[in-house]
Design a protein around this ligand. Sequence first.
Ligand code: GLV
Length: 310
Amino acid sequence: MTIRFLYHSKDDPGPWAQAFRDADPELEMMVYPEMGDPAEIVAAFVWRAPHGLLASLPNLKLIHSKGAGVDHIFDDPKVPAGVPIARLVDPMAVAMMGHYAIYHALGYHRRMDVYRAQQAESVWRGLPPPDHERTTVAVLGLGAIGREVAGQFQRLGFRTLGWSRSAKTIDGVDCRHGADALFATLAESKIVVNVLALTRETENILNAQAFAHMPRGGFLINIARGPHIVEADLIQALDSGQLGGATLDVFRAEPLAKGHPFWTHPKVTVTPHMSGDPLPRTAALQVARNIRAALAGQPLLNEVDRRRGY
Ligand code: GLV
């Protein structure tokens, strides 16, 4: 029996087609815009699909995000109401987001900006050693990604705080929750890593007030979504020295426009939304399992709560 599903993404479909063949040989991946008969498509594996595409598939049993975020699905006003939605929580992508945050946090913590500048002048000069046990990192958002990222920092020996909407517990991580606890958490945290889901409540959460609560010279890493940040406020906080630097992997408009001030800001590192790209080898296993589960009417992995928005 062949099970036909639609793939929509800008990424090369080749490795995905191979990974799906390995995961479940009965799956047949149709690469948008090649759809064949839309009535034969039972699942859609999508990243930023054109609005209305999902609604044009009459026998859809599953909408599977090609990312952990589903904001791109809810952006479509015609997303079919009765079809379950699943997020992709690829364990390799989640681990890589931790690696990414750690790479940039350590570069800041170990003052690599200073050493790079010194190298350019052939200067041999060490700075006093930084104390990671007395450096606090806050991870905002404690879902599957936040738990892993916080755990990685905690295992490196940083004092690690977590903040989320509802109460969570993670071994070795001091977890706080609720809007009232946000500023107090930021106030303790030299390094802040944002992995929140984007919802109406979290849009613009990283604004002038939030930056003003962080210790002076602090560092921000955003691997969640661009609209969490008020860009003008961030630039102001960097220019005033309130923040010492920022690493940004996500932006309000992607690709980041040529000429955007983030590209050339001396305190900003820009990467092209790559911190947690899913790996076909592991991600396809999860998606294949979910397609089978949806067809059998069984519970899905990482099913989205439409009311919550993630
Ligand atoms: C990427 O941004 C994702 O949602 O996984």
